[in-house]
Design a protein around this ligand. Structure first.
Ligand code: SF4
Length: 444
C-alpha cells in the first residue's frame, strides 16, 4: 500500500470515527468552495488539500497555529471544537498543528508556554485570537502566565503570517467593551494599529482578518484555512477586514422570513399566533436588515439551524466594527428585543431621537419666526389689509362673497361691487330724473 493510500485510509477512518460519511465530507467541501467564491469544480481540490494535510501530519509539515484566548467566555473555542458535538469543522481543526490553545491543548503550564515560544521563534504560523484585549491598569487588567495580555499579543504577532480574529470580542472588544468598560477592553486590530502608530512595534503588522459573530462560526474559520492551504492567500476583505463573501450580504437578503416582512406580517409578541406562524421578527428587534453575514446560508450546528430560524431575532453580532473607535456591537444593538437606537448612514452613526428633537426644534423656530412675521405685517390685529371685510359686504351680509383673495376673479368681483356701490346714487338720481321727464312730457 502506498503512503497516499495509507493516509487516505487514515483520513477515512478519521471521518468514520466522527460519524461522517465521505458524501457529507464532499458536501462540506462544496460549502467551503461556495463561501470562498470558487466554482464547484474546485471541490475535489479542496478535498485533496484537506486530505493532503493529513499526509502532512505524518511528515510534521502541518501549518502551525497558535490560538490565544484573552477576555472571552470561551464560546468561540466551544463553537469551533466542542468535543461533545463534533462536527466537520472539528475534524479540520485536527489538520493544522495547533501548538498552543489554552482550552484545547493537552499540555499546560510551563511546557505549553514553551511550545508557544518555540512556535513564535520559528515563525510562519497563523495566529488566532479569541476575546478582547484589556488595556486597563496599564495592561494589568488581564495577565496570563504572569504576562500582560497586551505584551503577549505584541510578541505573538511579530512573526505570524496572519492574524485571524475569531469572534466579535477579538474584533471590537465585544461584551467586555460595552459601557462602562472599566478594564479598557478593545479589539485586536485597533490595539495593534495604535501600538504601531506609537512606535511600540519593531515589525510590520501582518495581515489581519476579522471574523466576527458571537460566537464565531467554525465554517467561516475553516473556509479561511482552506483558502490558505489551497491557494496560499486569504479571501478578499471588506474595509473592516472581514471576508467579503461571508460578510458581504445582509441576513435580511437571505432570510426565509423575508416574504412576511414584505407583506407586513410581523411577530409583535412572543407566544402569539404570529410567532407560531413564523412571521417576520423585525417588530421584536431583529437586526437582520443591517447585519452583514451569511448565517441563513451557513447556519450552525452542522447546518441544523440558526438564530432567526429557531425563533430568535438577529442580535446583530456580526456588526462588530474594528475601525470605529468607541463603537461596539453590543452598545450599538442593545436592547436586543427593541428597534435600533441608532441609525448608520454611511460612516455616520445617528440617534433617531436626536433627529426627532432637531426636526421639532426647526418646526418650533419656524412657528416663532412666522409669529413675528404676522405681528410685523399687522395680521395679528384683524389680519392683513386684503383680508379686511369690505364695506359692501358689511352692508349686504346676505350677498357677501366672503374675504377677498389677493388677485384672481374674487378680487375683480369685489372691486366691481365697490364701484357699483359708489356709483349707485348717481344711477338712482339719473333714473329718477328720467322718470320725471317722461311724466312731464306726456305721460298720459
Ligand atoms: Fe429581515 Fe429579521 Fe424579518 Fe428575517 S426576521 S425578514 S432578517 S427583519
Amino acid at each position: 500500500m502506498t503512503t497516499k493510500e495509507t493516509c487516505k485510509t487514515r483520513f477515512d477512518e478519521l471521518l468514520e470515527q466522527r460519524g461522517v460519511s465521505r458524501r457529507d465530507f464532499l458536501k462540506f467541501c462544496a460549502g467551503i468552495a461556495a463561501m470562498l467564491g470558487l466554482s464547484q469544480a474546485a471541490v475535489p481540490r479542496i478535498a485533496q488539500a484537506l486530505e493532503g494535510s493529513v499526509i502532512g501530519k505524518d511528515s510534521g509539515a502541518l501549518a502551525p497555529a497558535i490560538w490565544l484566548e484573552f477576555a472571552s467566555c470561551t464560546g468561540c473555542t466551544e463553537s469551533l471544537a466542542s468535543v461533545d458535538t463534533p462536527d466537520l469543522a472539528t475534524i479540520v481543526l485536527e489538520l493544522i498543528s495547533l501548538n498552543y490553545a489554552e482550552t484545547l491543548s493537552a499540555g499546560a503550564g510551563h511546557s505549553l508556554e514553551l511550545a508557544k515560544e518555540q512556535t513564535i521563534e520559528l515563525g510562519g504560523y497563523l495566529l488566532f485570537i479569541e476575546g478582547a484585549l484589556m488595556q486597563g491598569w496599564d495592561g494589568d487588567a488581564l495577565r496570563i502566565a504572569d504576562e500582560r495580555a497586551t505584551d503577549i499579543l505584541k510578541h505573538a504577532a511579530s512573526k505570524a503570517v496572519a492574524i485571524i480574529c475569531a469572534g466579535s470580542c477579538a474584533v471590537d472588544g465585544g461584551w467586555q467593551a460595552a459601557y462602562p468598560n472599566p478594564g479598557g477592553a478593545i479589539g485586536v486590530q485597533l490595539y495593534l494599529e495604535r501600538a504601531a502608530a506609537n512606535g511600540e512595534l519593531d515589525y510590520e503588522l501582518p495581515p489581519i482578518v476579522n471574523v466576527p459573530l458571537c460566537p464565531s462560526n467554525p465554517e467561516h474559520l475553516v473556509a479561511i484555512l482552506v483558502d490558505r492551504l489551497l491557494l496560499n492567500r486569504f479571501p478578499e476583505l471588506t474595509a473592516e477586514n472581514k471576508p467579503v463573501l461571508m460578510f458581504g450580504q445582509t441576513i435580511h437578503d437571505n432570510c426565509p422570513r423575508r416574504g412576511h416582512f414584505e407583506n407586513g406580517e410581523f411577530v409583535r409578541n412572543f407566544g402569539s399566533v404570529e410567532e407560531a406562524k413564523n412571521f417576520c421578527l423585525y417588530a421584536v428587534g431583529c437586526k437582520g436588515p443591517q447585519t452583514r453575514v451569511n448565517c441563513p446560508i451557513v447556519r450552525w450546528n452542522r447546518r441544523g439551524s440558526w438564530c432567526v430560524e429557531s425563533g430568535a431575532p438577529c442580535a446583530g453580532c456580526a456588526t462588530a466594527d474594528p475601525t470605529r473607535v468607541g463603537f461596539n456591537w453590543v452598545e450599538m444593538n442593545t436592547p436586543f428585543l427593541k428597534h435600533l437606537r441608532n441609525i448608520n448612514i454611511g460612516g455616520l452613526n445617528i440617534n433617531p431621537a436626536f433627529i426627532a428633537y432637531g426636526v421639532a426644534g426647526v418646526v418650533v423656530l419656524a412657528l416663532v419666526i412666522h409669529g413675528f412675521g404676522m405681528k410685523a405685517t399687522g395680521r395679528t390685529k384683524g389680519g392683513a389689509p386684503f383680508e379686511v371685510e369690505r364695506k359692501w359686504d358689511k352692508k349686504h351680509p346676505d350677498k357677501a362673497l366672503g374675504p377677498a383673495v389677493a388677485g384672481g376673479v374674487a378680487t375683480e368681483v369685489a372691486q366691481a361691487a365697490e364701484v357699483a356701490e359708489e356709483t349707485a346714487p348717481q344711477v338712482e338720481a339719473a333714473l329718477e330724473e328720467n322718470i320725471n321727464d317722461t311724466e312731464e312730457g306726456g305721460g298720459n
